[in-house]
Design a protein around this ligand. Sequence first.
Ligand code: ACM
Ligand code: ZN
Length: 493
Amino acid sequence: MKQNKQRKVCEFLMPLPLHIQENEGSFRIHNGITISSAPIFRDLAELARLQLTCNLGGEDILFKLSEGFSPEEYSLKVTRNQIVLSASYIQGAFHGLQTLRQVALANDNIIPCCFIKDKPMYSWRGFMLDCSRHFFSPSFIMKLIDVAALHHLNRFHWHLTDDQGWRFPVAGYPKLESIASKRKEIEYTKEFSYGGFYQKKDIEKIVAYAHRRQMQVIPEIETPGHASALLAAYPNLGCSKGPYEVQNHWGIFKEVMCAGNDEVLSFLDSAIGTLATLFTDPYIHIGGDECPHTTWEQCPACQKRMHDNSLKNENELQAWMITQIAKLVEKHGKRPIGWDEVLDGSENLGLPKNLIVMSWRGVEGGLKASQLGHQIIMSPNTQGCYLDYKHLDSIEEPGNLGVTTVQDTAQFTPCPSQMDIKSQAMVLGGQANLWTEKVVFSRQAEYLLFPRLSVMAERLWNPQPIESIENRRSSLEKKLACLDINCYRGNYQ
Ligand code: ACM
Ligand code: ZN
């Protein structure tokens, strides 16, 4: 009799685990299957019940507390009669559950027998969503967090402010909602306004949802540039005092926060204080990118600030501002992160060593920052990390500014060959970014994110070559379809 060849667990996983031993036979998950756990994994067992559609009670699937695993490490033993997931920490146990869930989704709940021992290569495995250029609903953000966590990603960088919209409340500043969160839609002859705002309860719900999935949330407040929305609401925070508009075009705007006005720092103190309370993870991103200095050159207050602090030029004024803002973040008990422009102008003044630098204009910013003693996160737009770029160089493809093929993402590494050992030691990991100037709807966001975000997750967990990724393409597409993700299905290279 002809026997169907048993399919292997490794066909169903992205990221691939570090060690995997495939065995004969399989375990079928169905709604009669029961789950038990050590007390520390009780909430996880409840999540497993929901994600795998089983029941709590018996020990068909067992979450076992074992000694000696690092925080994100786990093992998974699948036999014909039982699945045992072992970890020392909740993060590790969660990753084990997601590995199991991936196989269940890709193979109709049949889990081939195997033994897996797994842990990540990098601790920072991030993705960024720009919610200023276009507003995305809390339910879509939670859907993305869930699918990202399925791939063992563990950092959600939430871009909350920019020229085109401000998206979170700060007590005492009501115009952030009534003015800064809305822009004029100019594509119709009739006037429409476009916008959105995350209330405190939305943010708390998203953070709690992410934490249940072992995902930290990093809010970004853009400073001192990309600030048109803020200035439209509070024009006294700009150099010319306005009037300003929430922008309805894309690009870099010359109106930025006034570096000579103490009210700017007191506003930022309140805004950062709010973020520090709402977001309970250790980091706050302070932006720092693409800040023109033209208004500072003409502004008496900015020029006085330079004079009072013996700053030689506006570049040094920018470094001075970044230092003040980074100190505010530290005052509120968090660690600051900034885009690589934070280094510009800091040659003589230095920057707080605690500031983490996110390298986006290629890898040079990361290399330089690490040599100066900063920890770094690599997210270079030249190396497959910008997912707002088109999948292919084709007029038929949506996307903005550049091209990032799946193969480009599949070649990304946070430690490029020109990085020496000293710099490598400062690398926390990497991140993929989705800017949303041209991403109006969540379905478009999904198309740009997947499968490139799945591939990015593997690059940061356990990197594999493009051929291996191509071989797992159909199982990846099946998993993403089960989760209602509108995935790109064109060429990978
Ligand atoms: C950036 O892409 N402007 C950080
Ligand atoms: Zn000024």
